[in-house]
Design a protein. Structure first.
Length: 520
């Protein structure tokens, strides 16, 4: 007899597969959308530059591009939503996000319908006195994610999130983890958000859209719709969700492998019926994930370095070089060179120190999933007891120790004749590089069943020096994602005029083709 976990997983994957197949069949319907070749090279090159400046998760790149399209056409150019569907498909093909010939006019109609629906929600939010920036963000988020799902369905990932949520609900002790009445009331939703963050790497837009779908928030009750958006934003960044995310992440390796397997093997629901065949295929997927890890690490390193060089060049040309010329009359090459080259070189050394998971990790991961799906009892999850609060004296000592690496770095830079502006720029980019390097090493931790820290003297000293910079880099990354000055500059100064010109060029080519047709 099948276990409840096995039955639940199989049914959810079958439902997701049927949904995705239906969407793909629908998008091919109607007349094929003809995409002109003019402007493809320029558009594709710009998108690569824009994505490097964004430094978002790879799976969100298409959604970010769609969101920027809607922001430009619906809110800046003020295009009618009924007309944006075909234009979006053409632009995404020209930019290299979609393959030519894979979408028909049914897709364009569905996109235009979505845009019309959400612009109506936007109008109702404004009538309900929701501030313009919030209404703007809520609508763009859900509209871009739902359009992304129409173009490239990700129902199997949502099925995995639902399955993992059911399992962690049974395995995690709510009474120990939820410390306040509010946390107990939010536990199920916060856990679902944590699973999205830890296992699917979902951004706020994806989490928002999925939760609105799960709780049937269509905008019919606009006040309830607004309350849910506010609740989702609160939970996405709450300390309680962060605690749950850490627990899910530490026990998430088996689910991450399962996600990769369901993405690559459409017959996963059928494999589940045979224990030996499934475990054999699952073990093969583990080795495949390990094999791809090195390539992902190298790709992540290259992308991080490009991101650092782009942002450093913008800040260097916009701030550091003008300041040197104003203050000293000449460029001070040593600080400028160190600030430009040291963070990328430091990131390269981090990559060299990353070790891949072992065969022992593979056996633990396979055993966990086998016990979860085919065992009599679900696998046990170790949940640490809540640590005792630090005393005021301990907090003071910890703060002083935390600041020592910053002080040492400032003294070293001042010896190299860095001025305060250059010291600040070094801190920004070294901390950002430290955090990006930590994220790279996190790819390895995510495929291990345990993430036990090394306790030797040298690792402890490294942690003592670099941990403050990692945490500063994490804080800076959050601020950068919220503000993203470079991205806003590219959107306004380059993308708006560039995409407007390319659009006019496409309309002109279409006009010429129609005139040629009239000659026959």
């Amino acid at each position: 007899m099948e276990s409840k976990a096995l039955t639940s997983l199989r049914r959810q994957l079958e439902t997701a597969r049927a949904y995705s197949a239906g969407v793909r069949q629908y998008t091919l319907g109607g007349d094929a959308i003809v995409v002109p070749g003019a402007g493809r090279t320029i558009s594709s090159a710009y998108e690569q530059l824009r994505n490097a400046a964004e430094y978002g998760e790879g799976r969100h790149i298409l959604q970010h591009a769609i969101k920027r399209f809607y922001k430009r056409l619906l809110f800046m150019v003020r295009e009618q939503p009924e007309k944006v569907g075909q234009e979006l498909v053409i632009e995404l093909v020209q930019s290299g996000y979609l393959q030519d010939g894979q979408y028909g006019t049914n897709t364009a109609k569905a996109i235009s319908k979505l845009a019309t629906e959400y612009m109506h929600i936007y109008a109702r939010l404004r009538e309900a006195h929701v501030p313009q920036p919030r209404a703007h963000e809520w609508v763009l988020a859900a509209l871009s994610v739902r359009t992304d799902d129409l173009l490239q369905p990700y129902a199997s990932q949502l099925a995995l999130a639902s399955f993992a949520h059911d399992q962690f609900l049974q395995q995690l002790p709510k009474e120990r983890l939820a410390r306040t009445p509010d946390e107990r009331a939010d536990f199920e939703v916060a856990l679902y958000v944590a699973i999205h963050q830890a296992l699917l790497k979902s951004n706020l837009d994806v989490v928002r859209t999925d939760l609105l779908r799960l709780y049937n928030q269509t905008g019919a009750d606009i006040h309830e719709y607004a309350l849910w958006n506010e609740r989702i934003e609160r939970l996405y960044s709450s300390p309680f969700t962060a605690r749950l995310k850490r627990l899910v992440s530490k026990n998430g390796a088996p689910y991450r492998v399962l996600k990769g397997m369901s993405d690559e093997k459409p017959d996963t629901p059928e494999l589940l019926a045979n224990r030996e065949q499934f475990i054999q295929a699952y073990s093969y997927q583990i080795n495949r994930e390990y094999g791809q890890l090195a390539r992902r690490l190298n790709a992540g390193l290259i992308k991080s370095i490009i991101f650092l060089l782009i942002t450093k060049s913008v800040i260097g040309l916009g701030v550091e070089v003008p300041f040197d010329l104003w203050r000293y009359g000449v460029l001070r090459l040593l600080p400028l060179t160190i600030n430009l080259l040291f963070p990328p070189l430091y990131m390269a050394t981090i990559r060299l120190g990353v070790t891949l998971p072992t065969s022992g990790d593979a056996r633990k991961t396979a055993h966990y999933m086998e016990q979860l799906l085919y065992g009599d009892e679900p696998p046990h999850i170790n949940v640490r007891e809540r640590a005792k609060p630090y005393s005021p004296l301990a907090k003071t000592v910890s703060t002083i120790l935390f600041l020592i690496p910053f002080g040492i770095t400032v003294l070293a830079l001042r010896r190299l004749e860095f001025n305060l502006l250059q010291v600040g720029i070094f801190f920004i980019f070294f901390s950002t590089a430290s955090f990006l390097g930590f994220r790279l090493s996190g790819m390895v931790r995510e495929l291990k069943m345990s993430s036990r820290r090394e306790t030797g003297l040298f690792p402890i000293l490294l942690d003592f020096f670099y941990l403050p910079f990692i945490q500063l880099g994490q804080w800076l990354a959050g601020k950068y994602a919220a503000i993203n000055v470079v991205g806003e500059f590219l959107d306004t100064a380059i993308e708006l005029p560039l995409k407007s010109v390319l659009r006019l060029l496409r309309l002109w080519i279409r006009f010429l083709n129609e005139k040629y047709d009239e000659l026959y």
